[in-house]
Design a protein. Structure first.
Length: 76
């Protein structure tokens, strides 16, 4: 991921770009499909400290730009 001012000095925007940003955006779009307020990947869930949140599996989702489906979860 790249985070910072992107563009020309006269016209730049502070933004984030990269695979992680694209994946997060696509997971956010799944909230409507699953009718939940939060969707996170299994990779992200595995990085949470134990006992941080009670999670519920939603299944696996096809995410554009990813070869394999992504296991997704939400807060229980």
């Amino acid at each position: 991921m790249i985070l910072g001012a992107i563009g020309l000095p006269q016209r730049s925007d502070y933004t984030a770009i990269g695979d992680a940003v694209n994946t997060a955006s696509r997971l956010q779009g799944l909230c409507k499909e699953y009718q939940v307020d939060l969707v996170l990947s299994r990779d992200t869930a595995d990085r949470l400290p134990p006992g941080t949140a009670s999670l519920r599996e939603l299944g696996s989702a096809e995410v554009r730009g990813k070869r394999d489906s992504v296991p997704v979860l939400t807060i229980a």
